[in-house]
Design a protein around this ligand. Sequence first.
Ligand SMILES: [Mg+2]
Length: 268
Amino acid sequence: MGDLYALDFDGVLCDSCGESSRSALKAAKIRWPNLFNGVDSSLEQWILDQMHFVRPVVETGYENLLLVRLLLEIQIPSIRKSSVAAGLTVEGILENWSKLKPVIMEEWNENRDALIDLFGKVRDEWIDNDLSGWISANRLYPGVADALKFASSRVYIVTTKQSRFADALLRELAGVTIPSERIYGLGTGPKVEVLKQLQRKSEHEGLRLHFVEDRIATLKNVIKEPELDGWNLYLGNWGYNTQKEREEAASIPRIQVLDLSAFSNKLK
Ligand SMILES: [Mg+2]
């Protein structure tokens, strides 16, 4: 018997919030240049600060662009094009993001794939122009690099990030190369489907299966799938989740709430 770990990337291995917020701000300025007329550096900094609070709602990177614009609409009434910004607070975004998102996508007339594409391009440009600056806007959580280096378990990365970015960060920040067939990134399908693929592989027969995530909604999707009943599920409490979500996870028998040192020890 051995262990197989499927690991989320952002909020489990890597604190990328500073980088994704700055990439989103750059991309938002390209997508909606007129909205940023007269936006000074202190308002930009306010947006970047708020992005840390709302980060738990983000499932896929492009949503950061939507959050940047929504925060801007909250601050500047004259540029509002959405019906939801008036009176909206950061707490309101945390509570209601799944309802707000389709409304603003429609009212702003935006397209998911186009935003994903733009967000990826902005990152690629940042990497091309200033690799060390881009890398240093990310950090691995303490102990993660060694835990990956010395892991005796079979490790897969299951992330909504584009694989090439996860790969670059693991190489640069951890000195670890995870073979590309072990990184399931954006475009490889929903995480529940990736977990099914992993457990069906004949080479994984008999392994204990573990999935570590920081997003409770994703873990709840796994619980809904009877085929995935064999997976041990963990919510990392150091990642992008709220106190309320951690309490909810603790009340669900199937989910174990894990702290960072327990996680590192498990991988070894
Ligand atoms: Mg995550």
